[in-house]
Design a protein around this ligand. Sequence first.
Ligand code: FCB
Length: 426
Amino acid sequence: MLRAVMPTPTAENHLRFPENFLWGTATSPTQVEGHLDNEWTRFTAQDGGNCHVACDHYHRYPEDIGWMSQLGVNAYRFGIEWSRLQSAPFAPLNPSELARYVDVLDRLRAAGITPMVVLHHFSNPPWINAAGGWTSAATIPAFVDYVRKLVAALKERVFLWNTFNEPDTYACVAYLMGGFPPQRKWHLGQFRRVIEHMARAHVQASCVIRREGVAGRKLEVGIAKNWTFFHAHNRFSPWDRATALACHYTFNKFVLDAFLGRWRRRASTFIGLNYYGRVRFHHFRAMIPASGTPLKELKDFGFICDDMVERYPEGMEKILGYLRRKFRLPIYITEHGSASTDEHFRELDLRQNLAALHRSIQAGADVRGFFYWSLLDNFEWQFGYTKKFGLLAVDFADPKLPRSLKPLAQVYAQICRENRVRANGS
Ligand code: FCB
């Protein structure tokens, strides 16, 4: 059972976070960089959009790091795009692309921002896809070779490494739901194979990473696991309960066991948790906007949702308690955020989730940082540009792609600077 320890508010009724807590923001290459050649290059999203230019972060990263300084974040989680760095299996790393990422890291360091580097975020080089992607076991040594070369090149600059971002989401949406390339549906065998191959690659890549370190400081490594709660809307409906349970076993339990079960747990030094909320089933339907259920209908059911899933801040505390007891590893919240044009809604969601996070820390969870998803409004995969997750707005109608701070950015900046959040979650 989770201990019901109340947060200790400071005199001003604020919840203070541990010293040296990382307050960050997050992006991924395909969603913000533009000018890429991976499986998303030829993909058209539901809104007709594509990732060809996205936020042009590829060229504008100096400006975007400037925005991060304005936000007062002390950490940034971002991906290094494999397809930029290797043109064939076991090839040397492309020197000019590597130099660009080194420049990103140097500018972050100059701004006092700690990087967390993601090695795989829903995309692969074309030659990996052509050979079957992660359904093929041959992808494992190719990936580990890439990691070995990248870590050797960057180990002086990066000590937090995230091997895979949400392998569960990737394998599910690409091989069961048909939403991500290669858009396969109901290939359960391929889903399981992708997870198993990624888990083996994670363990091998983690060994490579953990062997490295500079100045007495060892490198840290972990995956980022998306955790969604799956519940039946009506707990007396056996069918909806069975659906929820099947989802929980497939996407939570099976995946966690594959990456962190038994001896494999020893490969990781931390767990990254991406937490957004929950999905409830009603007559087999997933009652969330991301599955097409209109917000209005969800409101009538009494559900509180952003433009993607149901919000469930108490779930933050539940999952952190579970991970703490089961794995006893440090945790980073590698993603949390909400998509909406209602900034008050987003502020409330942030405060409620941070209050739940604070309660978990009080109860003993060793949580070391929180990365807001996302720095910028961006290319949200199959949904294109319709989901507004950014702390900064990007005007995609203007070819100059100007950025501007949203009201939530001011709220987050204050939290980052003060290392505390108002206690009442409101
Ligand atoms: C997570 C993904 C991230 C983004 C957010 C909204 O599942 O890791 O790229 O799509 O959801």
